[in-house]
Design a protein around this ligand. Sequence first.
Ligand code: SF4
Length: 89
Amino acid sequence: MDWREAALCRYEDPDLFFPIGTLNSGATLIQTDEAKAVCRRCPVSERCLAWALTAGPVEGIWGGTTEGERRAMRRRMAREPRAAAEPAA
Ligand code: SF4
């Protein structure tokens, strides 16, 4: 079974995972938090995050992270390859 078949976001409005607007605006932050809350309950969040990290820059919330957070994780992984297995601080 493809991990995407177990994705909780299949049952949500896809737009929830693609916040638009100013990064730190109230509405965008609320939408981002709501999407991340779904990801926290998702049984395939680790696989989703791993996919998003290797896929390169992708917009939206994947594996409970924003692209900005994943970019920081990729930089950290490039500096410290062993840090790839550790959660972001
Ligand atoms: S972690 Fe989030 S974005 Fe990824 S499959 Fe699960 S609900 Fe969807």
